[in-house]
Design a protein around this ligand. Structure first.
Ligand SMILES: Nc1ncnc2c1ncn2[C@@H]1O[C@H](COP(=O)(O)OP(=O)(O)O)[C@@H](O)[C@H]1O
Ligand SMILES: [Mg+2]
Length: 650
């Protein structure tokens, strides 16, 4: 099998070429060097032109390095003129300098012309990408590149490291499979160049019109086989987690809204609970002396209510009426329950207790008393970083007077249904031919909300959300425009576009870089789920939830070597099938099922009827996804299979 192609991006730095792209000659000349001298190892997948502007240069190169290109070449702006500032734009990006490459290029140029000493090239590694500044003259740029091109593949692979670009290699393989699309897939700039600049691979017949995902090319030119490599579910989740940003700490008020947050700090108890010695029962505070018994008739000296602010001390031989939770009078040792007493005498108006008889002598010192700090000791750690807030944890924080706490920010998720045929689900008019009511938006939103996340109905350009979940338009139909929209219009990067699973095969995951309100680059994640409702709901559970979990600080297994349940951060059960099921030949299947527990504690799964992906009813009463292995066989009633719990037990 051929090696994956190395991805090259070429940036022309020139005010003139920026104004009129037709004046540029550098791109075709450099592309040709890769074709003729690149030994079939390269794909020039991205080109662009920027003016002689330091910021424009560094922004473009930085984003290309982050996109995972193996090599970024600039041409122009390396001389001594005032506007020549390419080396100044690039140098700060370089984590490692590569003076050897610079030397190699200069030495070659000096053979040709003494003016080479007027060039100030830099080269080095930024984010696993090799960046090299070539001179502006197309001839000089060509000579420089020729001087080093043989050594570059090795340098690029070393710079990328073995693992960091495996993902990328997937994208590259896709290019390998269909050389004709090398120019159109993986573009990350809006201002990209004419397709004519694409590197033609040796075995491509020039008369072949390349298949593409360019909707403008018309349906006859669409892909007939998806160019996206097929990932396993576990690799797909690992890819998602790799691109999910690390959880960010924020400080938020302690309110009921804190439930479901993950705490980002160890929290010490500011106060003790109880803060004072308190009675556990309604009754009478008493003083038990060493030899004394609690039995006898005692005058009621005072009253302590739960709201008392001052309680007089209690002397030996007297008792004080006290309510549950009220502070014990100073000197009191224990509390006797009211049930163990009788009223002996009242005050003259008959309204108040004067004397009470205690019937039991079994009351010990400290009985029915909650000591200071006996529930929560002051300064003890009540919650640890990583703990999830539920009602109990929230109660703890509140009980020790904590008003603000550090927690991990939770994402806001935009949910969007696409498709011209989709109409608002509650539109009163009956459906016209072809129209379909939108069930994906409410259904997927509810999956997210019931896991505790906030969703907003949202358009694709909305910037108020961190993560966008769309449904529809990701398969192979001529109107399935999500993938081209992400790549072409939004300049995004598709990390995978197919998953080996049923339902949900065309599930797509991408990142798009946008500017936030402060003008900073921010990466947004896009999940484009298939349109069929059972697929959309299944994939929300399998792919979106783990991403949200990592985003909001849950400890979840990142590697695809971990069992699926760990990766998902949810229970994986072994269940017994209540009926015979047929497995799919080639894809692992996630059939919707109702799991119940039998009298003997074993778990039984009953499949929820027809499993066609259009049938949203397959999720009716479903609390689990039963994982059926690929291979096409039948599984008998009573077979043991694995299931992922996605709901609760009835
Ligand atoms: N929001 C939705 N609610 C209900 N059905 C939908 C929704 N979106 C798409 N569908 C249906 O799913 C099927 C596939 O839609 P399509 O947009 O081609 O999705 P994809 O190409 O992603 O599989 C179509 O029958 C479509 O009408
Ligand atoms: Mg479709």
């Amino acid at each position: 099998m051929a090696e994956p192609l190395l991805q090259v991006a070429i940036l022309v730095v020139s005010d003139t070429a920026y104004q009129d792209a037709t004046t540029d000659q550098a791109i075709p000349i450099l592309q040709n060097v890769f074709v003729e001298q690149g030994q079939g190892k390269w794909s020039v997948s991205t080109t662009d032109i920027v003016p002689d502007n330091k910021e424009a240069i560094s922004n473009k190169v930085r984003s290309w390095c982050q996109d995972g290109h193996n090599l970024v070449l600039t041409t122009g702006g390396t001389g001594f003129a005032t506007k020549d500032n390419t080396p100044e734009a690039i140098t700060p990006l370089l984590e490692k300098q590569a003076p050897g490459l610079v030397h190699g290029m200069l030495a070659k140029s000096l053979e040709v012309t003494p003016f080479a000493i007027m060039s100030r090239p830099v080269a080095g590694v930024a984010n696993g990408t090799i960046v090299i500044t070539l001179p502006g003259s197309p001839k000089g740029a060509k000579e420089n590149l020729e001087a080093i091109i043989k050594l570059l593949p090795h340098a690029c692979l070393q710079a990328a490291g073995m693992n960091s670009r495996t993902l990328h290699a997937g994208g590259v393989k896709k290019l390998e499979q269909d050389a004709g699309v090398a120019s159109t897939v993986g573009h990350s700039q809006a201002h990209h160049h004419a397709h004519g600049h694409a590197i033609p691979r040796a075995h491509t017949q020039p008369q072949d019109r390349p298949k593409s995902n360019d909707p403008v090319a018309g349906p006859s030119q669409r892909y007939r086989e998806s160019p996206y490599p097929m990932l396993s579910v576990q690799d797909a989740i690992a890819t998602i987690l790799q691109h999910t940003p690390k959880a960010k700490e924020i400080t938020i008020p302690v309110t009921a809204g804190l439930v479901d947050y993950i705490i980002a700090e160890d929290v010490p108890a500011k106060e003790a609970v109880p803060a004072f010695r308190a009675s556990i029962v309604d009754g009478y505070a008493i003083v038990i002396t060493e030899d004394g018994s609690s039995k006898g008739v005692f005058p009621v000296a005072s009253v302590s209510h739960a709201s008392s602010d001052t309680v007089p001390p209690l002397q030996v031989g007297r008792i004080a009426r006290i309510t549950t939770g009220a502070p014990l009078p100073e000197g009191a040792t224990s509390v006797v329950m009211v049930e163990d007493t009788i009223l002996k005498s009242t005050t003259s108006d008959g309204t108040e207790e004067k004397e009470v008889e205690i019937l039991t002598d079994a009351v010990k010192v400290n009985e029915n008393v909650r000591e200071v700090g006996s529930d929560i000791e002051q300064d003890s750690i009540i919650l640890r970083r990583g703990d999830k807030i539920g009602p109990g944890e929230l109660g703890l924080l509140a009980s020790v007077g904590i008003a603000m706490v550090k927690a991990f920010r939770r994402p806001i998720i935009g949910v969007l249904s696409t498709g011209d045929e989709i109409v608002q689900h509650d539109r009163p008019e009956s459906l016209k031919l072809g129209e379909v009511r939108d069930c994906n938006r409410p259904a997927t939103s509810s999956v997210l909300q019931s896991a505790g996340y906030s969703t907003i109905d949202c358009g694709i350009a909305s910037d108020s959300c961190d993560i966008l979940v769309t449904s529809g338009g990701v398969s192979m139909g001529e109107l399935d425009l999500l993938k081209p929209t992400i790549e072409r219009t939004l300049g995004g990067k598709i990390h995978f576009g197919r998953v080996s699973m049923k339902p949900g095969k065309p599930t797509t995951f991408a990142t798009v870089r946008v500017k936030d309100n402060n003008g900073n680059d921010q990466e947004k994640l896009i999940f484009s789920l298939p349109g069929n409702p059972a697929s959309a709901i299944t994939c929300t559970n399998l792919f979106v939830l783990p991403c949200l979990a990592k985003f909001s600080g849950h400890d979840i297994a990142m590697s695809s070597d971990e069992p699926l349940g760990k990766q998902l951060g949810r229970p994986r059960l072994t269940v017994l099938l209540e009926e015979v099921v047929q497995c799919d030949k080639s894809r692992e299947e996630y059939q919707r099922a109702t799991v119940r527990s039998g009298n003997d504690g074993r778990l039984f799964a009953s499949i929820t009827g027809g499993q066609r992906s259009s049938r949203v009813g397959s999720f009716q009463r479903a609390n689990a996804l039963v994982i059926l292995p690929a291979g096409g066989g039948k599984l008998d009633k009573g077979s043991k299979v694995e299931a992922l719990l996605v709901g609760s037990f009835a």
